[in-house]
Write a protein that binds this ligand. Structure first.
Ligand SMILES: NC(=O)c1ccc[n+]([C@@H]2O[C@H](COP(=O)([O-])OP(=O)(O)OC[C@H]3O[C@@H](n4cnc5c(N)ncnc54)[C@H](OP(=O)(O)O)[C@@H]3O)[C@@H](O)[C@H]2O)c1
Length: 320
């Protein structure tokens, strides 16, 4: 049975015919991304699955066989900016419209030691934010020229932190050279950056008709956090049955992304943060979530900080 605070897409949204529309979903082979992809194909859409493990994506497509729409798989490894560039080149060569870009892929480093992307960025920030930043900027023109297009980027309840400790993006020390590395702080900062970016992009694209959003999908029973050492994996497996009643299935966790991509209401709130319910919010008022909802983290809502993030990110990915 679903949680009493579960927020669902309405039937009108989930039965719209989207034949002819083209979407990109990153991390489409697993969890929230896979359920988002499946529903878009069910409604007639064409989804380009941007995945780092093409074979894993191919395996999942067996379940799309009877669905109305179609799919394509193009490799995209967010730990490698060259791979992101190659994905966008391949996409732009083949497609001439983009109705929705869902930057869904994400990970958290499960070990205590810092890890880096091939371009030398701390991995959590590199995958969750910087890789998606480059992908998005390379696809802005095609998004803008497609009427009514949508953009979403996955954040997390974690970005909210607690009233005593709100995550702030350390643009001056993204690689933790002058502070102790903490894998969850790196994740919290990357997901704060995602909220800021959707807000900045919403403002920048105001006159183009592209509607943007950041998303907390709920506590998904996906493959998220399944890496790590033996002790970590064992603890996660033991905890799983006890968290079932307060967590969400992957289908439930795809609802917010589908609302952002397909509903009539989401574009009225371009730039906003959309959250599924979550017991993990430390602020009691946030636990029910909201479509949209104001982030309790003031740094996430700070437009000046968002603009600085974008300026810095352009430099880091070599765009300007
Ligand atoms: N699960 C939760 O409770 C929760 C809560 C809040 C926010 N989120 C966010 O929701 C999003 C979806 O996560 P999920 O729960 O569905 O987890 P998941 O089942 O682990 O799926 C994550 C997806 O991201 C992909 N990915 C990881 N590293 C990548 C890389 N370097 N390049 C390209 N793709 C990469 C994974 O590919 P592989 O299969 O190849 O690893 C997988 O397809 C993430 O952004 C996550 O941060 C999740």
């Amino acid at each position: 049975m679903s949680h009493k605070h579960m927020i669902w897409c309405d039937q009108e949204t989930l039965s719209k015919d989207i034949t002819g529309k083209i979407y990109i979903v990153t991390g489409a082979n697993s969890g929230v991304g896979l359920e988002t992809t499946r529903q878009l194909i069910k409604q007639g859409g064409h989804v380009v699955m941007a995945c780092r493990r093409v074979e894993a994506a191919q395996k999942e497509t067996a379940s799309f066989i009877d669905l109305k729409g179609s799919y394509d798989i193009i490799r995209c490894d967010l730990t490698d900016l060259q791979s992101v560039r190659e994905f966008s080149e391949a996409f732009l060569k083949k497609y001439h419209r983009l109705d929705g870009l869902m930057c869904n892929a994400g990970m958290v480093v499960m070990e205590s030691a810092i890890q880096y992307t091939s371009d030398g960025f701390e991995k959590t920030f590199g995958v969750n934010f910087l890789g998606h930043f480059l992908l998005t900027e390379l696809l802005l023109d095609i998004l803008a020229k497609t009427e009514g297009s949508r953009y979403g980027i996955l954040s997390s309840v974690v970005h909210a932190g607690s009233p005593k400790n709100r995550y702030e993006v350390h643009l001056d020390d993204l690689n933790f050279e002058n502070r102790k590395y903490n894998n969850f702080a790196a994740y919290g900062e990357a997901k704060t950056a995602s909220v800021q970016y959707a807000m900045e992009l919403g403002k920048r694209l105001k006159d183009t008709g592209v509607a943007t959003a950041s998303i907390h999908p709920g506590w998904a029973r996906s493959n998220f956090g399944s890496g790590g050492n033996f002790l970590m994996r064992t603890l996660m497996a033991i905890a799983r049955p006890f968290t079932k009643s307060i967590s969400n299935s992957n289908w439930e966790s795809a609802q917010t992304s589908l609302h952002v991509l397909l509903s009539e209401d989401a574009p009225k709130h371009s730039g906003a943060y959309f959250s599924q319910h979550s017991v993990l919010y430390r602020d009691a008022a946030c636990k029910k979530g909201g479509w949209p909802m104001k982030s309790p983290n003031p740094h996430a809502n700070n437009m000046e900080a968002a603009k600085e993030l974008v300026t810095k990110s352009y430099q880091l990915v070599g765009l300007k």
